[in-house]
Design a protein around this ligand. Structure first.
Ligand code: SF4
Ligand code: SF4
Length: 341
């Protein structure tokens, strides 16, 4: 399908059309915290301030906290009441390529040995409409991970800012189907294509932070037992867990029951391997010292996950750098790995 375009001032009309079929989620502010949230049917002001959200788009499929089921105890034992899976069709408008790539990383885990019905039901019903980054953060390093501000790899449709208009590229069959039934789109000219190319090239140039990922798994393996190195790396970390909770590719969760008399609810909520109490329930935390937990965070993304899925579990979104209260920086760690233990 040929590319299309739309005037930016008609974005609201476009989202209204899509709202008839989907719950449309857009970049939103809740106090100082930004996240993807249900579009209110009017406001497209996010186009002015949006760079990327603090809470990653993974929260639309894997919420920070969710009810798994209710239970009740009677004379026959426990009776379970499992809520219907969320099958509402949703469209995430404006997802950045790094966060779309992160969902593909989560897919591998949630579809693996144990299929996760909660995540997979939402995933199957979610369409990703990407918005390329015109203004990447200083902390972004997506280009070191084979991606970039306009990476089409994991979105269904991609919007590129070409001035007063967005150029619209269709990537998947699902994207094609939606664009084919969307009205108000215009045909793209050669000049529009040239403007999009220029905008993309300019954005790629703005991602200046780099990580050398060549042989990174081997390098981490070589210094795995280097306690001095990891102690130095971990020194200033205060184990707050922000870098993992808000990482778009982290998927650890804890499970808890809330019981009142004979009725209860089982919840799951995001957890972090950075916490000293992590896995305290099933067993003692095998990583009591902080340096082991920091090592785990880095090695999981760049060594262990790639061993299982042949894919680095980091998209270079830079959240763990810009949101860390003590300026801990994963790129400094990766770029300063000692070659020998
Ligand atoms: S956000 Fe910073 S201080 Fe908090 S756990 Fe991560 S590295 Fe440590
Ligand atoms: S490790 Fe940091 S840069 Fe990589 S995906 Fe997670 S938050 Fe983003």
């Amino acid at each position: 399908m040929a590319n299309k375009k739309i005037n930016k001032k008609d974005t609201g009309k476009l989202l209204s059309q899509w709202s008839k079929e989907f719950t449309v989620l857009v970049p939103s502010k809740e106090g100082d915290v930004t996240k993807m949230a249900r579009w209110d049917g009017m406001d497209t002001g996010f186009m002015e301030w949006y760079r990327n959200t603090v809470i990653p788009a993974k929260a639309c499929l894997f919420p920070p906290m969710e009810e798994m089921f209710h239970f009740q105890k009677d004379e026959d034992g426990y009776q379970l009441e499992v809520p219907a899976l969320d099958k509402q069709k949703q469209l995430i408008f404006g997802i950045r390529p790094c966060d779309a790539n992160a969902l593909a990383i989560l897919d591998e885990v949630f579809e693996d040995t144990y299929e996760d019905p909660y995540y997979l039901s939402r995933r199957k019903n979610t369409l990703l409409v990407g918005l390329g980054c015109t203004n990447p953060y200083d902390s972004c390093f997506c280009t070191s991970l084979g991606s970039g501000p306009y990476d089409l790899a994991k979105v269904d449709i991609m919007f590129t800012d070409i001035g007063d208009e967005f150029l619209i590229e269709v990537v998947t069959e699902a994207g094609k189907e939606l664009i084919a039934k969307t009205s108000g789109l215009e045909v793209v000219t050669e000049a529009d294509g040239a403007r999009a190319k220029e905008a993309k090239e300019a954005s790629y140039q703005k991602v200046t932070r780099k990580v050398d990922t060549a042989d990174i798994g081997d390098k981490l393996l070589a210094c795995f037992e280097n306690e001095d190195y990891w102690e130095k790396v971990a020194a200033k970390c205060i184990s707050c867990g922000i870098c993992t909770l808000l990482c778009p590719t982290c998927y650890c969760f804890d499970i808890s029951d809330e019981l009142i008399k004979k009725q209860g609810t089982r919840f799951r909520s995001w957890d972090s391997c950075g916490f000293a109490v992590y896995t305290k329930m099933p067993m003692e935390n095998p990583r009591e010292e902080k340096w082991r937990r920091v090592r785990q965070k880095v090695c999981h993304k760049y060594e262990f996950y790639p061993m299982n899925f042949d894919l680095i579990a980091c998209t270079g979104c830079g959240r763990c750098i810009r949101l860390c209260p003590v300026n801990w920086d994963i790129t400094q760690t990766l770029n300063s790995l000692p070659s020998k233990t």
